[in-house]
Design a protein around this ligand. Sequence first.
Ligand code: C5P
Length: 405
Amino acid sequence: MKILLGVTGGIAAYKSLELVRLFMKAGHQVQVVMTAGAKEFIQPLSFQALSGNPVRDQLFDENQEAGMGHIELARWADLIVIAPCSAETLAKLRMGRADDLLMTLCLATDRPIMLAPAMNRLMWSNAATQENVALLQQRGFEILTPAEGEQACGEVGAGRMPEPETIFSQAERYLDAQQKNAQAWAELHPSWQGKRLLITAGPTFEDLDPVRFIGNRSSGKMGFAIAEVAHKLGAQVTLIAGPVSLSCSPDISRLDVRSAQQMFEAVQSHYAQQDVFISAAAVADFRPANQSNQKIKKRTDQDLMSLQLVKNPDIVAWVAEQANKPFVVGFAAETENVLDYAQSKLKRKQLDMICANQVGKNLGFESEQNALTLVTRDAVEALMISSKKQQAFELLKFLASLHSF
Ligand code: C5P
């Protein structure tokens, strides 16, 4: 495997020599890229001697670029490891800076990036650093937990770079998992290539007046994860999103709506050309019977207030009734009797499949993880708890395995 090792400024930089040795001994090729800060701590020549490759440290150097340009270098790597990874590097990665060779490489790659943070304990626990770490993790960076112990500055706490052996074995395990993952994606790709998928995601907001609405706690993450994964598998994805604070790939055709009625209209104009419709949105079952144009005033003589609600159209059931319907997949978020309710919903709404999930207990709404149970008329498959992206992959794999799809 080809490992691009980024070394940034920190006293732990000398330990990365041992990391190069371990990678080389295991048969990997190593190309080292150093930042200006790293060179304050250690000589490039040491890395060159161990890796057998000249160290790269300049973005605008004709001689260095003549061998392998920075974009080629970004594509050359199977894995990028940054060890030690300074607090400054975490902040720059978060911002997407491209002000030196290493940052540019990280921005110009689609390869996995593993970070081994190393810094003073207060810098590590600082809210800014922790926020950077959380955001980078969300974006798919693999971030190792720093070790605890005595620090170069004399303080004791968490922030030391993990030992080279630990980084090495985590990198090996990660590469292994990545390889298996890449294989699974490559196998599924032909099934989804060119398929047309319509998906709804997020909550709907039903306005009472210009400032108030009835909504729910759906974040839209599950639907967005399915849209992203299907897009990466080659599907043509149309995503109808309720009010969410999520972004998606620019290649996904996205329509933003607010209310159930607007979502219904968007689905009506798009369902006919689709192979599959996945209704992941948490559509409000009712909306206020009257919507006030002005803010509804509080009446001081009133302790009780009633709202009259009218039923919203059931979007997924409507699609399932159409003669030219696509394969229809619904979601069932329940707090109890998940499977029973899901099976009766499948029949009642005439769906082809339903994805049942228990909400609460760190699962479902607002959470990063989920554990779906996939239900058709003839089969039930319970997925293991995992990230919403992984659940999306398993769901699309299950769909592809159905004969009727
Ligand atoms: O009946 P329940 O709301 O639990 O059904 C959930 C499924 O129905 C989800 O797939 C949801 O997107 C869909 N639904 C809908 N229109 C509604 C209510 C729910 O499409 N008005």
